[in-house]
Write a protein that binds this ligand. Structure first.
Ligand code: PLP
Length: 264
């Protein structure tokens, strides 16, 4: 059995964050381990508040876990504060370089609530170093690369910054926030430079759906844990999210939830 680890914030609704990640791992047939970086109070409409864990508790969870279990892939999501992010970085230093890491650079919730304090951006960029993949949406890519994105060329320029300046091996810039077609850009470095792969997407108009970014990054992490190539892991996870959107269901009074997570 393969194990994937999610290091993320708790979302009591189960739509995003750690609870959602574990459901996605399970749907992919991968055992899910989880380290909590923050508690949140939230319902399907909004985040009411964020309570980061004591930074030492984030580090201790990772240390104790990794001393016993070596996951086959790790996903990093919401980090909340600079102190927690630094402890996560320290904890991950115990992880073998051969264990792929997927970083979802969560900056804010869809309702605008900040999920990472701004002074933590430098350490977030450091955590990206050596990661197999970083999965920003367009606003996150703009903020972290300090560029503005209004077309394919801008997107490729931002992707280059993630790979060349932040040192990640690959980046998936998610196009859902673009005004045009929601195509994603997958870029990764190779011996002959960076290759850019545009992955066509169709807008699925089902209104607000909670936790799509978390599900995509967890699906990719699960695929990598299973030993799949980055391209296959990305393709499978995108398909998983599309199926989830087509089957999205309302459980509360706010955003919908991705449809039944009943496996591949
Ligand atoms: N809560 C947690 C713990 C999250 O990690 C995220 C997103 O990554 C959210 C809430 C916000 O999810 P959404 O923007 O899809 O509502």
């Amino acid at each position: 059995m393969k194990c994937a680890l999610s290091i993320a914030g708790s979302d009591p609704t189960g739509g995003a964050g750690l609870q959602a990640d574990l459901q996605v791992f399970s749907a992919f047939g991968v055992h899910g381990a989880g380290v909590v970086t923050a508690l949140t109070l939230q319902d399907s409409a909004k985040v009411h508040s964020v309570m980061p864990v004591f930074p030492s508790v984030a580090l201790d969870q990772i240390r104790v876990l990794l001393a016993d279990i070596t996951p086959s892939a790790v996903k990093v999501g919401m980090l909340a504060t600079d102190d927690v992010a630094r402890m996560v970085q320290l904890g991950l230093a115990n992880l073998g370089a051969d264990v792929p890491r997927v970083i979802d650079p969560v900056l804010a919730a869809s309702d605008g609530t900040p999920l990472l304090e701004r002074r933590a951006w430098p350490v977030l960029r450091e955590i990206m170093h050596g990661a197999e993949l970083v999965t920003p949406n367009i606003p996150e890519a703009e903020l972290l690369s300090e560029t503005s994105i209004s077309g394919a060329q801008d997107c490729e320029r931002a992707a280059r910054i993630f790979i060349e300046d932040f040192g990640c091996r690959g980046v998936l810039i998610k196009g859902g926030h673009s005004t045009g077609p929601p195509d994603d850009l997958l870029a990764f470095g190779g011996e002959s430079g960076i290759s850019f792969h545009w992955l066509g997407g169709e807008r699925i108009d089902v209104g607000a759906v909670h936790g799509t970014g978390c599900a995509l990054a967890s699906g990719i992490t699960a695929g990598l844990a299973l030993g799949h190539s980055l391209e296959r892991a990305v393709a499978d996870a995108r398909q998983f999210v599309v199926r989830g959107l087509l089957n999205a269901a309302s459980l509360g009074n706010g955003a919908r939830f991705l449809g039944p997570k009943d496996g591949q």
